[in-house]
Design a protein around this ligand. Structure first.
Ligand code: KG4
Ligand code: ZN
Length: 335
């Protein structure tokens, strides 16, 4: 059994987690502490990098102490330390990775740098005994990525967004509709009272054979509707119609990836996968297509450190580690 502590600080959440696990067994999350900065950035309508890094340094030490306390573990008992080293905001990544390297140095244990996207990608499998071959769809604020996963570490990119990420589109459309930041959960809430067929928004690139996405045309279509319509607009109808268009695009491309590869499993991860309508629609589509669907529990969908710890644990158990001189990589690709 190995014990690993991980730090996530790539954007606006400071998070620390302790996990315990070994090959072939479900991983146990002993602690998963998080300090969200959403309220802080809300008044600016988006993430302010300088504010984010200042708050990471302010909260990190307390979160590490809280995680050790919750898990009932002493720092000397930890076998390895992991941190997100990219992609993300440079000044934010530096805080978490430097702290994890410091603890690794102090204890003489290995340090493992983790790609934030790998954390999301593996999150649906944390409490299972293995990560089987599958198609992964990562939908977050910064990324929309379709990958073929042979096993942990062996990924092939099938498609990605050519403009906005799915979460970014939710956030921008939320702003247009006068909803609070971040737009994703607000649109989901507003859509509950709306008719998804009220406005016919485009499903960009849906008929093209490739596996890339585009959400900027959809975002512009919402903007034009807002500018053009003379009769009173229904925010719930706009939210529901926009949300449905995103869901249709994601499901269409994910099923096309299944056709291309012949895989029988699909896994959904990232902040946008918190969306209940998206989860429900994927469940229906997977059942109809005879596919096995894996979706992370809500606590592992948005940014958190348990997913980074799980990715770190798998690498540690495979005998991998990073050099303490490895730098952060704000634009680190997954493949
Ligand atoms: O994975 P995440 O926490 O951070 C990144 O790595 O980007 O994803 C954040 C994104 C934001 O764009 C947010 O609006 C979106 O996830 N999101 C949602 C929902 N909850 C969060 N989008 C749609 N519906 C939701 N319920
Ligand atoms: Zn993320």
């Amino acid at each position: 059994m190995a014990l690993l502590l991980a730090i996530e600080s790539s954007c606006d959440e400071t998070a620390v987690s302790l996990v315990r696990g070994s090959a072939g067994l479900p991983t146990t999350v002993l602690a998963s502490e998080i300090s969200s900065q959403i309220a802080l950035h809300r008044e600016h309508g988006g993430v302010v990098p300088e504010l984010a890094s200042r708050n990471h340094s302010l909260h990190l030490r307390g979160l590490v102490e809280a995680a050790l306390h919750t898990a009932g573990v002493k720092i000397a008992e930890i076998d390895a330390f992991a941190a997100t080293t990219g992609p993300g905001l440079a000044s934010s990544l530096l805080i978490g990775s430097t702290a994890a390297k410091g603890m690794a140095c102090l204890t003489g244990r290995p340090f493992i740098g983790i790609n934030h996207l790998e954390g999301h990608l593996l999150s649906p499998f944390l409490d299972l005994t293995e990560v089987p071959p599958h198609i992964a769809l990562i939908v977050s604020g910064g990324h929309t990525l379709l990958l073929d996963v042979e096993r942990p570490g062996i990924y092939q990119k099938l498609g990605s967004t050519r403009d906005d990420a799915a979460g970014e589109a939710f956030d921008k459309v939320g702003k247009m509709l006068g909803l609070a930041y971040p737009g994703g959960p607000e649109i989901e809430k507003a859509a509950l009272m709306g008719n998804p067929q009220a406005y016919r928004f485009p499903r960009s690139m849906i008929h093209e054979p490739h596996l890339d996405f585009s959400f900027s045309g959809l975002k512009t279509a919402v903007l034009y509707t807002l500018q053009r319509e003379t009769c009173p607009l229904s925010i719930p109808d706009l939210a529901a119609s926009f949300q449905q268009a995103v869901i249709d695009i994601l499901i269409h491309k994910a099923l096309r990836a299944i056709q291309h590869t012949g895989r029988t499993r699909i896994a959904l991860s990232g902040g946008v996968s918190l969306n209940r309508e998206l989860r429900r629609a994927f469940e229906v589509a997977a059942t109809q297509a005879g596919l096995e669907l894996f979706v992370a529990p809500p606590a592992l969908c948005a940014d958190n450190a348990a997913m980074i710890a799980f990715a770190g644990l798998l690498r540690h158990l495979a005998g991998e580690s990073s050099s303490l001189t490895d730098d952060i990589h704000p634009n680190l690709p997954l493949v």
